[in-house]
Structures are given as C-alpha cells and as structure tokens.
Design a protein around this ligand. Structure first.
Ligand code: PGA
Length: 247
C-alpha cells in the first residue's frame, strides 16, 4: 500500500550546465514505478521543474523558511518553492542542522509552513557516529522525530527520511539489521502518536551512501519505503539505476 519514493538531493551542486542530467533522467525514466522527486538547489528549481513538465518526475526544494514572507534576507518561503514548481521540500537535513544550528523545533515550524503551501515535507532524522557508539541512536532519532513533526502529520503530507549522519557521503552504510531496527522504531513511534493507519501509510526512506550497487539490498528491507539519495543523484544514469532498484 505504500508506494516507494526515490528522492534526489543535489545539495549545493548544480548549475545550468547540469540541466542535461534532467533531460537524461526523463529519457531513462519515462514511467517510473516508484514516485520520483529531484531536489536541486533553489537557483535551479524553476528550470528543473520546467524541464520535468509533463513527466511524472517532480521537483522539490531543500529547505524553506517557517514564515510565509517578510523581512528574512536570503531566505525562501514554502510558497516561493511551490511557485517555482516544487511539489515537496526536504526539511531538517543533518547538514542544515549542523551548518545552520537548525533545531527540531524549527524544523517543525518549517514542516507546518510546507503543508500550508501544499508541499510534501520530507523530514530528515538521524544520529551521529558518537551517538550511535554510545547506544543512543534510537533515543536521538525518536527525540528528533517527536520534535520535528507537528500535530497534523499524515501519510499524505509527510515522509520520514532516516539518514545516519555517519553514513552521509562516507560510503559507509548501517547493517541491514540496524536499518530495519531504526525504521521499525520510527513506524512504532508514528503509530503511538498519530495512529496505526497513519503509521502504516507513511513512507520511511533510508538515506546515506545509497548507490546503484547497494540500492536493491537496502530497498528490499522491511519498513524501507524508498531512499533519499545525495551524491548518486547527480548523474542521471546512477539515479535511474537506483529508481529501477526500487521498482
Ligand atoms: P549521500 O547523501 O547519498 O551522498 O550519502 C544523502 C543525503 O544527505 O541525503
């Protein structure tokens, strides 16, 4: 009942010169079985959305402000992302939490803003290596999840992305048992707060060093409903291979 979702996070990569990757992705994925979303930097969003017009692949943002508008130099509202063609937005990514001191309470306000603009919120949680080594992975992820999700979360307006910080961009991935353990705990937490139906329907993505070579194994695990892909989303051929592994 949960449709797989593969989302690409381009991070601070991508210039106009990279737009041919979007055209190549359209050719490679004319009718993908999973839902597919590409999140380029904000400067490219409008052009990427235009390049995807008429395709089932959708565009998304990587962050938004919690206010609808106002005096916030350099920030971008959820409505602006939607206006530029976004259908979704990544929120609470560990790089935002680390680089910008973003706290879960702030993430929750951004999620609410995303919903007001009609965007799907892709809400990221994940522990650091130190936290995992201390045996605190589930506690950290649980606390982030609780504080990052406002009341009103549904299977239709949010997706959870579990991204262990130590696996992002490192080539290291958790063991299958570790992934299944965290995903199961996330689903249990969703069930106890939002109800069994919401938990059953909500996609939980794994992210962190997913590549064409490991995607099928990870995507085949219990409670893994897709993936959030960083580095391997920049090349259409790699990203398309991951989408194929999901569907
Ligand atoms: P990675 O990044 O695939 O390059 O590890 C994942 C992410 O940060 O979303």
């Amino acid at each position: 009942m949960r449709r797989m979702l593969v989302a690409g996070n381009w991070k601070m990569h991508g210039l106009g010169a990279n737009l041919p990757e979007i055209a190549a992705l359209r050719v490679a994925l004319p009718d993908p079985r999973p839902e597919v979303i590409v999140c380029p930097p904000a400067t490219l969003l409008h052009r990427v959305a235009g390049a995807l017009a008429g395709s089932p692949i959708r565009a998304g943002g990587q962050d938004c402000h919690w206010n609808e508008g106002g005096a916030h130099t350099g920030d971008i509202s959820a409505a602006m992302l939607a206006d530029a063609g976004a259908a979704a937005v990544i929120l609470g990514h560990s790089e935002r939490r680390a680089d910008h001191g973003e706290r879960s309470e702030t993430v929750a306000r951004k999620v609410a803003a995303a919903w007001s603009a009609g965007l799907l919120a892709i809400v990221c949680v994940g522990e650091t290596a130190v936290e995992r080594d201390a045996g605190a992975a589930l506690a950290v992820v649980g606390a982030q999840l609780a504080a990052s999700l406002p009341d009103g979360a549904t299977a239709a307006n949010c997706v959870i992305a579990y991204e262990p910080v130590w696996a992002i961009g490192t080539g290291r991935t958790p063991t299958p048992a570790e992934i299944v353990g965290v995903h199961g705990a996330i689903r249990a937490a969703l069930a106890s707060r939002f109800g069994a139906g919401m938990a059953r329907g909500t996609r939980i993505l794994y992210g962190g060093s997913v590549k064409p070579g490991n995607a099928a194994e990870i995507l085949g695990l219990a409670d893994v409903d897709g993936t959030l892909v960083g580095g391997a989303s920049l090349r259409a051929a790699d990203f398309a291979a991951i989408v194929a592994a999901a569907g």
